[in-house]
Design a protein around this ligand. Structure first.
Ligand SMILES: *Cc1c(COP(=O)(O)O)cnc(C)c1O
Length: 392
């Protein structure tokens, strides 16, 4: 029996299988907005096919329909997630919007969301902007009771942002029955977790984070079966949220180093989580691999994010770091730290933040590729010098 290539191998070769036959080594970057053709009748016939969401062979007719460089990134991410297809969008939020519009278009505008979610995802669902009606639940076990006849989607993150709580996806997928389960896999990446193996029908990424990996490209992508991909392509074509070709190029390049980056950062994150747990100024550490009773066989290791609560003013720690970058976002080569209550989850009502475990003392750190001792030196000085409560 031929052994199928490991994920690390596929990350380097997926989406690039034809390059040798093309006689090139780097992926061709196609920036065309339009594709000339002399035979209008033939083009019209192809356009009809594209309009159904299918992707016939040959060049797309117009840059909003599809792009060859972006298609390579889509094929590669689909392969890594173990899905038939993937559809790339301009940002993670555009990708989520596409999934919500698909539910609305199917006449099922009710969505069940498990909190906490990424702050803007929470806002988009809560705002009703796209005609969505949301029911929030605080735990995956409450999803089944919240489903209705018009429920078109269940939306979860695992590990969740910013508390890093995990959901048993196989149990939840069974509870969802016919209703598609969307798992935002931004934090885990396909290196550590492949939600489709556990029954998720839609796997979403903010590609802006680990997939790009260098803090210099925005994108979103949804991996799913070909049926759902057709609908998402129709929506993307009509609403215009396609990924830029240069972003597709950079994201495909990012995938090649994704396994190495994520595993290295996770090893450092685990070590920092242990040291933080023993620090006198740290009152709690939230790190998946250190939690009892986690879902078995789902998230491989703990990931590159560590959240922790401090005894004094958490914002002062963000001000005091010197090597670590004080900023929102995550998944970059450098280590980033931010205060969720002030920034990423500011948009939530204070009561909803508290109910989701996002206290004012919580910090979220996305660990990068620096040396662990250098990171610890910086964290320790920032924690030790930050003012005690009452002496800001
Ligand atoms: C950043 C992020 C998003 C939104 O992605 P953008 O690319 O910023 O639009 C969605 N979900 C999670 C978990 C994120 O971290």
């Amino acid at each position: 029996m031929v052994r199928s290539p490991a994920l690390a191998t596929r990350a380097v070769h997926a989406g690039r299988d034809d390059l040798t036959d093309l006689g090139v080594h780097a992926v061709p970057l196609d920036l065309s907005t339009t594709y000339p053709a002399r035979d209008s009748a033939a083009e019209a016939a192809r356009l009809d096919v594209f309009a159904t969401g299918e992707q016939p062979s040959g060049y797309p007719i117009y840059g909003r329909v599809a792009n060859p460089t972006v298609q390579r990134f889509e094929a590669a991410l689909a392969e890594l997630e173990g899905c038939q297809a993937a559809v790339a969008f301009a940002t993670g939020m555009a990708a989520l919007s596409g999934c919500l519009l698909a539910a609305v278009a199917a006449g099922r505008p009710h969505v069940v969301g498990v909190r906490p979610l990424y702050g803007t995802s929470d806002h988009l669902l809560d705002s009703g902007l796209l005609g969505i009606r949301v029911s929030w639940v605080a735990a995956a076990g409450q999803v089944a009771a919240a489903l209705r006849g018009d429920t078109g989607l269940v939306v979860v993150e695992s590990p969740a942002n910013p508390t890093l709580t995990e959901i048993d996806l196989s149990v939840l997928a069974a509870d969802c029955g016919e209703v598609p389960l969307l798992v935002d896999n931004t934090f885990a990446t396909p290196v550590l977790q492949r939600p489709a193996e556990h029954g998720a029908r839609l796997v979403l990424h903010s590609a802006t984070k680990f997939l790009g990996g260098h803090g210099d490209v925005m994108g979103g992508i949804v991996a799913c079966d070909e049926d759902r991909a057709r609908t998402l392509r129709q929506i993307r074509y009509a609403t215009g949220a396609i990924l830029h070709p240069l972003a597709g190029y950079l994201l495909l390049r990012g995938l090649a180093t994704l396994p190495v980056r994520v595993r290295a950062a996770s090893t450092t994150a685990a070590e920092l989580a242990d040291r933080l747990a023993a620090h006198p100024r740290v009152s709690a550490v939230h790190y998946p691999a250190r939690r009892p009773g986690r879902p078995a066989g789902q998230l491989d290791g703990g990931g590159a994010l560590v959240s922790f609560e401090v005894t004094g003013d958490a914002r002062a720690v963000v001000s005091a770091v010197r090597l670590i970058t004080p900023t929102v976002s995550l998944g970059s080569v450098d280590t980033l730290i931010q205060h969720p209550a002030s920034l990423t989850h500011r948009i939530l009502a204070a009561a909803d933040r508290q109910a989701s475990g996002i206290s004012d003392r919580l910090l979220r750190m996305s660990v990068g590729l620096e040396d662990v001792e250098d990171l610890w030196t910086d964290l320790d000085q920032a924690l030790t010098t930050h003012p005690e409560e009452g002496h800001p």
